[in-house]
Ligand binder design. Sequence first.
Ligand SMILES: Nc1nc2c(ncn2[C@@H]2O[C@H](COP(=O)(O)OP(=O)(O)OP(=O)(O)O)[C@@H](O)[C@H]2O)c(=O)[nH]1
Ligand SMILES: [Zn+2]
Length: 358
Amino acid sequence: MMTKPESLWNNAGMDELRRNEAAGYPDHYLARVISQDKGFYHVVCGNEEIVAEISGKIRFQARQSTDYPAVGDFVMLDRPCDSSGHAIIHHILSRRSLFSRKSAGGQNDAQVVAANIDMVLICMSLNEDFNLRRLERYLALAWESGANPVVVLTKADLCEDVARKVLAVNHVALGVDVIVTSAMHEDGFASIAARIKPGDTIALIGSSGVGKSTLVNRLLYDERLATKAIREKDGRGRHTTTRRELFRLPNGGFVIDTPGMREIGMWESTEGVNKTFSDVETFFGNCRFSDCTHTSEPGCAIHEALEQGALSHKRWASYRQLMAETSYQDDKDTYLAEKTKKFKQIAKLNRQEKKKKP
Ligand SMILES: Nc1nc2c(ncn2[C@@H]2O[C@H](COP(=O)(O)OP(=O)(O)OP(=O)(O)O)[C@@H](O)[C@H]2O)c(=O)[nH]1
Ligand SMILES: [Zn+2]
């Protein structure tokens, strides 16, 4: 039995905007994508988990990877099942946030990682993994996605100068909550759980081994993450085991834990960097020359801030590094776009030449 939107996993992280949007498709069923595998989407619809495929129209109209559903997406299905046993996804509801990264192959298209995340826990351990520059990267990435970042400093039990490190993190993570956790104490985990409101969707990012699974398991009250798998028949009638990547928390929140999320580390524009380094950017307006390059000009506010210690040399270096990386991406995009245009022109000329020949 299919269920209408109201009972979808107790709304599965729906908000007012998407509820209204879904109401615009009265003949369709609301579902949320919980994992994705080779063109098949595992969705939860009502309280059932089913396999869905995208409609021919979505496939035909898709121009880039963001036009396809991703884990966390709210989608509208035509009916529970089609003749092959799969439901068809007809619409993807608008996203309140989106995590993506550049394709590994360097193609000029972003790879969508997850959608509709409200809060992202940036996990960093207080021992070996501690690195403020990496934290800045993750913060930029989180701001860019549209999700709210929270910094989680793990393994406090393995660190002797927790207070000093927290202070250092506070200087980098401006306006962001910082929570300290330790496998030995419940306090940190409880404080994270308290921040997750029913209906919120959260995700975790951070290096391997910092304790993300440990944290997810705590939030799930030790329900096993790795053992949860759904078995479904794929198009050829074979059984496939799919790792569920969207979990329901006991308090009514949701966790997205996709492998892609764990590997994330690139971004698409400078927006996230700007927000992460809002302190650095406040100095810019104070330079004597409006086109100051902040290298050797007289009256440079950055230079002054560095001299006086109002801005740390490391943070300035980190800002320039991240800016350089993003503008490299921008340059590359322009370069590829121009190249494509040129090829098209050449192809057109070739076609015209061919036509002329008898
Ligand atoms: N001492 C200590 N060990 C911890 C703590 N949190 C996690 N660990 C241990 O660190 C190891 C890695 O933890 P995981 O939770 O698997 O790390 P992860 O971030 O999920 O790693 P990936 O799955 O590779 O991304 C495990 O052996 C945990 O038991 C902590 O607060 N203190
Ligand atoms: Zn300057």
